[in-house]
Design a protein around this ligand. Structure first.
Ligand code: SAM
Ligand code: SF4
Length: 325
């Protein structure tokens, strides 16, 4: 069984947000830091996560990405990784993290079954990093990244959001940095959300501009497999590292959508930029996952053909920490 929507898109990838809390203050996401919303309830517990992982696996999901907020603020993150990796049918367990606790916990996480790691590093310069994320942690994050590689984790990506008024000039430094590292850089185009409209207007850089710069300097497009998702990948004969561009504003970005999202509040989000999530928590209370599976299949019929970001409509998402970027 594979989940499929009304537009013949197949969904084998779940992004599971395990908290909306974060300890960073990224200028494009939570510039004033995390503030507890009045309506928030406890995040999904381990039993609920187990049922969700099982339901999606039974519906053909092969990969779960654990995200947030910052997933490592949860003391039971290692257990969450283990639950996902031990779920029958799940082949890939990925984590997206700001790297704050990477150095300390990466060994545990790998032992628990982590296979893929994405670390967000928005600057290679400590001062600029602090300016963007509000934390002075670059040295520790690099140490964590090195440790992950030494421990044999070979699927490591580094996420970067380039912004006009901040790190725009670091594009070439990033390319230089991965020359001798088997890292896949992910340049994520800054996205407009409910809370960052002015920031977006002041800082947005089109992914097409970066693509042109890559092509002009000898990078070539890697033809991705059909289920690879929306990133455009590039390689260069002189570089061990690769580059991926995530360009949500580009034409046809949604055509290759292969992911569904569940928020830490137990809501299914059919799109990062859709409306309010659809409630699934009440079907996560028992170990058996059949009822939840039926609900997911039913909800998927509501998935729209694309987002409406081009029209300045970012749905009800105030910031990506809310439902997991
Ligand atoms: N806290 C973790 C982290 O930062 O890696 C995981 C959650 S964060 C929401 C996931 C990814 O979304 C990060 O790489 C972050 O840079 C990206 N992100 C957040 N807000 C964004 C925005 N408005 N536009 C583009 N990327 C964004
Ligand atoms: Fe936190 Fe990640 Fe948002 Fe930065 S991008 S504020 S690290 S959730």
């Amino acid at each position: 069984m594979i989940l499929q929507d009304n537009f013949a898109r197949k969904f084998t990838y779940l992004r599971l947000s395990v908290t909306d809390v974060c300890n960073f203050k990224c200028s494009y996401c939570l510039p004033d830091g995390y503030e507890k919303p009045s309506s928030v309830c406890d995040p999904l517990n381990l039993n609920e996560i187990k049922t969700i992982a099982r339901a999606f696996a039974n519906l053909g999901t092969k990969k779960i990405r654990i995200t947030g907020g910052e997933p490592s603020v949860r003391k039971d993150l290692t257990d969450i990784i283990r639950i996902c990796s031990e779920t029958k049918g799940i082949e890939t367990v990925a984590l997206t993290t700001n790297g704050y606790k990477l150095d300390k916990y990466i060994e545990q996480w790998i032992d628990a079954g982590l296979t893929n790691l994405n670390v967000s590093i928005d600057s290679l310069d400590p001062k600029m990093f602090k300016q963007i994320c509000g934390q002075n942690r670059l040295t520790e994050i690099f140490a964590g990244l090195d440790k992950a590689a030494k421990l044999g984790l070979n699927k490591i990506k580094v996420n970067v959001v380039l912004m006009k008024q901040y790190n725009q000039n670091e594009f070439n430094q990033y390319l230089e940095w991965i020359k001798d590292k088997p890292i896949s850089l992910r340049f994520i185009e800054l996205m407009q959300t409910g809370d960052n409209k002015q920031f977006f207007m002041d800082n947005h850089i089109s992914g097409e501009t970066l693509k042109q710069q890559l092509l002009d300097s000898g990078w070539t497009r890697v033809i991705s497999e059909s289920h690879a998702g929306p990133a455009q990948e590039f390689s260069h004969t002189d570089s061990l590292g690769k580059v991926g561009l995530i360009m949500p504003y580009s034409k046809d970005f949604c055509a290759t959508c292969n992911r569904l999202r569940v928020s830490s509040q137990g809501k299914l989000h059919l799109c990062l930029f859709g409306e309010e999530g659809l409630p699934i928590r009440q079907w996560c209370q028992q170990e058996e996952s059949e009822a939840l599976e039926q609900k997911i299949v039913e909800y998927l019929k509501l998935k729209k053909v694309s987002h409406f970001l081009q029209d300045g409509n970012s749905g009800s998402t105030r910031h990506l920490a809310m439902i997991g970027g």
